[in-house]
Design a protein around this ligand. Structure first.
Ligand SMILES: Nc1ncnc2c1ncn2[C@@H]1O[C@H](COP(=O)(O)OP(=O)(O)OP(=O)(O)O)[C@@H](O)[C@H]1O
Length: 585
């Protein structure tokens, strides 16, 4: 399906009122679909992009609806003034709820959102000032140029205009620096933090954004229905929003709109048809949806939209454009880049790293080698702030960084790759690389959503392209990262690390999975980087690669340092030959 398809579908919907004889009920139904679509677009950001499963969107719809309802009823203000209030209250509540709940992980996070939604429902139902379960009737309609929008056909354009606005803002946000940081959460917290993303904060940004869209839908609902009660904001409604997102395709904004429309229309049709087929009244559509959901999860876990359009749903990366180079981050460093002294890490009863000392100077390649389980990757994690030290000190660029989190270490000019590649498979290669330049940009969510970040984005992507070309993978820029061979993914990680403009580069098994020529090209690149004054610390099992490249080797065994020295000395050390090289040969 072409990229024009969503546009054509949108135009078809907008042209509907011009078709004579369309029953008003169809507008009512499409209005409900549009109201749901706005919420689901936010849920796509939260669930599909940020990997945060929320069963609580109904609550934010309700907060938007009740805020505007109370203001318009009690203060007599226009619904248009109710809108900013609804957004402000929902945004503030989402910030507080998010700050508390997003600390939870695994199953506890969705359970937390369920708890919030249930509590909210009972607060609404038991509060006199909120009308208890009867709710608040008599809300004023939204008026445009003095004309109140009362009929379904009249609010149709307003609702679908808001759907369009939500889609445009969300696509723009997802393409931006903040959007990349949100989508990077899918690759795991550790990789995102390693490039300076404050993952705790970015999760809250995604949570608040989804809540704002939910509140917009709630505001529209309140003044279109002109009466509200707790039922449309219950846990059931939240589950239905999630069903719409998953059914349409939680990884795609258009999938969310499609899912919301499909479920709303299907639900209505099933409510008509099922009693005729089964000969009884009842909530049978819930059973049909349950079965459909299970089948879908088995057959099309990414939802129907990618199945229909053969697209991943991720926004395409921008086309290459010329942009001035980013200013360098690196200041000239004298003295050692890294000084590790007495590093120790204990996991329960296991001493993984036991009193290791070493250093890396500018323009030096130091290799950590040793048998499997010797503690090399753990040492990397200690140096980069991913793991907390049990004892010892890490000094980077002369500063004690032992207690710094990894995003602060990245900010100092330390970039790394991972033993187990941590790219976002659904993101294009160039977007993954551009994440490495996160700290070299400054645009936030608002600038991103409004598209006011284009010049900065062009510069970040030009830098990402430069680094991709440097490692020889420039031609693969638009491919989804997951479609690359593992060896190529490792090289993409190096390009991402170089995008940070580091002074110290840590490479965890960079040559694993590379062919002979690719290893030679990698060695050539690392030699050039050394020539530029970069310090490189690498963990590698390929001894030919290491011996030909490293200035100094640090050999580890059972967490402790076995010996240290230039390759020719280490190679002939009897203890090293016995513990590692002998068996590796
Ligand atoms: N998070 C953790 N919890 C418990 N034990 C851990 C953890 N991480 C590493 N270990 C243990 O610490 C020891 C050192 O592991 P590490 O991954 O650092 O070794 P390595 O030298 O990098 O090995 P390899 O070459 O196989 O990657 C191993 O025994 C490992 O099982």
């Amino acid at each position: 399906m072409s990229r024009l398809a969503p546009l054509l579908a949108g135009l078809a919907i907008l042209a509907l009122p011009l078709v004579p004889g369309v029953p008003p009920f169809w507008f009512t139904l499409l209005n409900y679909a549009g109201l749901a679509a706005i919420v689901v677009v936010g849920l796509v950001v939260l669930t599909g992009m940020a990997n945060i499963m929320s069963f609580g969107q109904g609550m934010f719809v309700g907060i938007g609806a009740y805020t505007s309802a109370l203001l318009t009823l009690h203060l007599g203000v226009s619904p248009w003034l109710g809108l900013p209030a609804a957004l402000a209250v929902a945004g503030a509540c989402a910030w507080v709820v998010g700050a508390i709940t997003l600390r939870l992980s695994g199953h506890y996070l969705p359970l937390g959102t369920i708890a919030w939604n249930i509590s909210f429902f009972y607060v609404l139902g038991n509060s006199d000032w909120l009308g208890r379960y009867d709710g608040l009737p008599g809300l004023p309609p939204i008026a445009v140029f003095g004309t109140p929008l009362l009929a379904s056909e009249q609010v149709f354009y307003l609702i679908w205009g808001c759907v369009g606005l939500s889609v445009v803002l969300t696509l723009s946000l997802m393409r931006s620096r903040t959007g990349r940081a949100i989508r990077a959460l899918k690759g795991g917290r550790v990789a995102a933090e390693a490039f300076g993303v404050d993952t705790g904060r970015i999760k809250i940004v995604a949570f608040v954004y989804a809540a704002l869209l939910a509140a917009l839908s709630g505001w529209l609902y309140a003044h279109v229905q002109r009466a509200i009660n707790p039922t449309p904001f219950s846990l059931n409604a939240s589950i239905e929003y999630l069903l719409m997102a998953v059914l349409g395709g939680a990884g795609s904004v258009w999938g969310g709109v499609f899912g919301a429309t499909l479920v709303t229309l299907l639900k209505d049709q099933l409510q008509n048809v099922l009693p005729l087929v089964l000969g009884a009244e009842g909530n049978f559509e819930a059973i049909v949806f349950g079965v459909l959901f299970v089948l879908l999860l088995q057959r099309a876990p990414d939802g129907l939209w990618p199945l229909l359009t053969r697209r991943t749903g991720a926004p395409p990366p921008p086309a290459p454009v010329a942009a001035p180079p980013l200013p360098p981050r690196r200041a000239a460093v004298s003295g050692p880049l890294l000084e590790a002294s007495g590093l120790r890490k204990v996991f329960g009863g296991l001493v993984a790293v036991d009193g290791i000392d070493f250093s890396v100077a500018p323009g030096e390649v130091v290799a950590l080698i040793g048998p499997n389980g010797a503690g090399k990757s753990t040492t990397f994690n200690l140096v980069t702030g991913v793991a907390r030290l049990s004892a010892g000190t890490v000094r980077l660029f002369g500063r004690d960084t032992s207690a710094l989190p990894s995003r602060a270490v990245a900010r100092l000019g330390v970039a790394r790759t991972f033993q187990h590649v941590k790219l976002v498979g659904t993101m294009s290669v160039i977007e993954n690389v551009a994440l490495g330049a996160h700290l070299r940009g400054s645009a936030g969510a608002v600038r991103g959503a409004l598209g006011l970040d284009r010049a900065e984005e062009a510069a970040l992507f030009a830098e990402a392209q430069r680094q991709l070309d440097r490692v020889g993978l420039g031609a693969l820029r638009d491919r989804p990262a997951a479609s690359l061979a593992l060896g190529q993914q490792r090289i993409v990680e190096i390009a991402r690390a170089l995008c940070l403009d580091p002074a110290l580069l840590l490479l965890d098994e960079p040559a694993a999975g590379l062919r002979h020529q690719e290893k030679a090209a990698l060695a050539d690149l690392l030699n050039r980087l050394r020539g530029e004054g970069l310090g490189i610390l690498l963990v590698e099992h390929d001894m030919d690669f290491v011996m030909g490249l490293a200035d100094r080797l640090v050999v580890m065994n059972f967490g402790a340092k076995l010996c240290e020295g230039p390759p020719r000395v280490v190679r002939t050390n009897p203890a090293v030959v016995e513990a590692y090289l002998g068996s590796a040969a």
